[in-house]
Design a protein around this ligand. Structure first.
Ligand code: AMP
Length: 187
């Protein structure tokens, strides 16, 4: 199963993606996590990504696409994966299709977590306080939500037109949302 999990910042995507990947027995691939581990490891990629992340901007497509291409071609991802935080732009959608086509595969399902905006903002501000994340300050957060609306939300319509989209209610406890997600993938 090759699944893309979508939703605005603060929708609880990361937590749910981990649980879904474990239930499916496939790796959880989070571009945000890969960038963050490069930032803390002080790699060249991390230094480049940090400037964009701290400003609430997307890391350039070419950089992100190369990183994902490399990750999904690793052995553990050949049977499937749950992608969390990728694709986020139209160009990334095209690139993901190309990457999978070289393996003879397609995206099987795109799942959108639907949440209300106020709840999202509250969740993010709470996380910022807990984890001291630079990219969750109020101004940066508003910017991130704007970037999401402009660049990423249109992907939902595009995947819907391809008949791949399932939208589930992302409000409620972690466990409630998890049950809905599992049902959406037939588990
Ligand atoms: P996340 O943890 O998924 O919210 O990602 C944190 C940050 O990493 C984002 O705000 C972006 O700066 C960067 N990032 C993660 N995934 C992508 C992506 N697919 N394209 C561009 N930038 C990304």
């Amino acid at each position: 199963m090759r699944i893309v999990l979508m939703g605005p910042p603060g929708a609880g995507k990361g937590t749910q993606a981990v649980g879904l990947a474990a239930a499916l027995g496939v790796p959880h691939i989070s571009t945000g996590d890969i960038f963050r581990s490069n930032v803390s490891g002080g790699t060249k990629l991390g230094q480049l990504a940090k400037t964009f992340m701290d400003a609430g901007e997307y890391v350039p497509d070419t950089v992100t696409n190369d990183m994902v291409r490399d990750r999904i071609s690793q052995q553990d991802a050949l049977e499937g994966f749950v992608l969390d935080g990728y694709p986020r732009t139209v160009a990334q959608v095209i690139e993901l299709d190309n990457m999978l086509a070289t393996q003879g595969h397609l995206v099987d399902s795109v799942i959108e977590l639907e949440v209300d905006k106020k709840a999202v903002v509250e969740r993010l501000l709470q996380r910022a306080a807990e984890q001291n994340r630079m990219d969750d300050s109020k101004e940066v957060l508003e910017h991130r939500l704007g970037v999401y609306a402009e660049q990423t939300a249109p992907l939902i319509t595009a995947y819907q037109a391809r008949g791949l989209l399932r939208s589930i209610n992302g409000m409620g406890s972690v466990d409630q949302v998890k049950q809905r997600l599992l049902a959406a993938v037939g588990l």
